[in-house]
Design a protein around this ligand. Structure first.
Ligand code: FNR
Length: 380
């Protein structure tokens, strides 16, 4: 409505409302290294493309004359109340994309009421992001599980104290993949940016350094790399996280039904079916194609969230119809950040939620819970 009314007043939207176009125009706002980091994918980009193509193989079958009853998109996932089944995916080192980075994202998320998931590789501390997100903001924390238990516990305690309620443990990025766009830039924007990531401000991490990270970024990065990459973690170590986190725990990056069963057997509260937006295993299956088998395997045992490739309201509905409880979006809001900081992220969130609301109603549903496989024609 705001868009129509502003238009009558002669004001057009600042950014396009077609979220599928934001990636291309983000290039104009970023230097090549930053754009490569944000838009890039693993290898040839086959899985990145497969994520989008998978949505096209499912079509909504709209239903008519079901009454003008008001729609309600709100839902509660793992105790977190949200205005729609949408969360902001963890995107690391957002200072590469915009100087306000995660602070802008946290403010925009709070203003729309959408929960954010903060990355371990955030360029601002958990305390700073919590303050920007405010007392009414809802926030989850994403862990890259370090080899050093003291650093791990220290980061978890700080996140918990700063009001992050749910822990999202990313399993698929125990080392960075072959990402040509980043390699062609020698990972320079990433290395410069990551020098401010959460572990660098952590007392337990700093205790292992001779100088402070500010004095000696290179040796801090060299300590970070072996601690956070190549980590040797296994399913039987999950009780350690349970011991040090008293809220829900979600494992992110699950693509095989057997791994989903292991997560359920380990007593995890949820999983995110995700291939990291096609940024890790080039040639991996589309995340959407993994979803139905995983829902069948463990849908009654834990919460199943989904990400990788969501761009429109209809994409959200398709993931929900295939059994996801909620979805995370990554690049779209980060493209919004590139376009206009906090305003850009808010624009993306409001556009996505409005599109979702309209498409839900036009396809004949009042709540996300009404969607099922029956709402789709698949394999088209
Ligand atoms: C990510 N992603 C990610 N995931 C994570 O667990 N921790 C992180 O620090 C990051 N960092 C990150 C940076 C950038 C630039 C991107 C694009 C993505 C993955 C992210 O959480 C999510 O899985 C994907 O972005 C989902 O795919 P779409 O929505 O980008 O297609």
């Amino acid at each position: 409505n705001d868009i129509y009314l502003n238009g009558l007043d002669g004001q057009l939207p600042r950014f396009t409302t077609d979220l599928t176009l934001l990636g291309a125009s983000a290039r104009e706002h970023l230097d090549p290294g930053a754009f490569g980091y944000l838009a890039g994918a693993a290898g040839s980009g086959a899985t990145h493309r497969a994520n989008r193509a998978a949505f096209d193989r499912h079509r909504l079958v709209p239903r008519m004359l079901r009454g003008p009853a008001p729609r309600d998109l709100s839902t509660t996932v793992l105790g977190t109340r949200m205005p729609a089944p949408v969360l902001l995916a963890p995107v690391g080192v957002q200072s590469i994309i915009h100087p306000d980075g995660e602070l802008a994202t946290a403010r925009a998320a709070a203003s729309v009421g959408v929960p954010m998931v903060l990355s371990t590789a955030s360029s601002h501390t958990v305390e700073e992001v919590a303050e920007a997100n405010g007392p009414d903001g809802t926030r989850w924390f994403q862990l890259y599980w370090p080899n050093d238990d003291d650093v791990c516990v220290s980061i978890l305690e700080r996140a918990r104290d700063a009001g992050f309620t749910t822990l999202v443990v990313t399993l698929d990025t125990w080392t960075l993949a072959w990402r040509p766009q980043d390699l062609d830039q020698s990972y320079l924007p990433f290395i410069r940016g990551v020098g401010t990531a959460i572990p660098f401000s952590d007392p337990a991490f700093r205790a292992g350094l001779e100088k402070t990270p500010e004095e000696d970024v290179i040796s801090a990065v060299l300590r970070w790399v072996p601690m956070f990459t190549g980590t040797d973690r296994s399913w039987d170590q999950l009780p350690f996280l349970r011991e040090h986190w008293d809220g829900p725990i979600v494992l992110k990056g699950v693509l095989h039904p057997d791994d989903a069963r292991k997560a359920a057997d380990a007593g995890m509260d949820g999983i995110v079916v995700s291939n990291h937006g096609g940024r890790q295993v080039d040639g991996a299956i589309a995340a959407l194609d993994a979803l139905p088998g995983i829902v069948e395997a463990v849908g009654d045992r834990l919460e199943i969230l989904f990400d990788s490739g969501i761009r429109t309201g209809s994409d959200v509905l398709k993931a929900l119809a295939l059994g996801a409880r909620a979805v995370l979006v990554g690049r779209p809001y980060a493209y919004g950040l590139a376009h206009g900081g906090e305003d850009g992220v808010r624009h993306v969130l409001r556009s996505l939620l409005a599109d979702l609301d309209l498409t839900l109603g036009l396809s004949g549903h009042r709540t996300p819970g009404e969607l099922s496989a029956d709402s789709l024609q698949s394999g088209v």
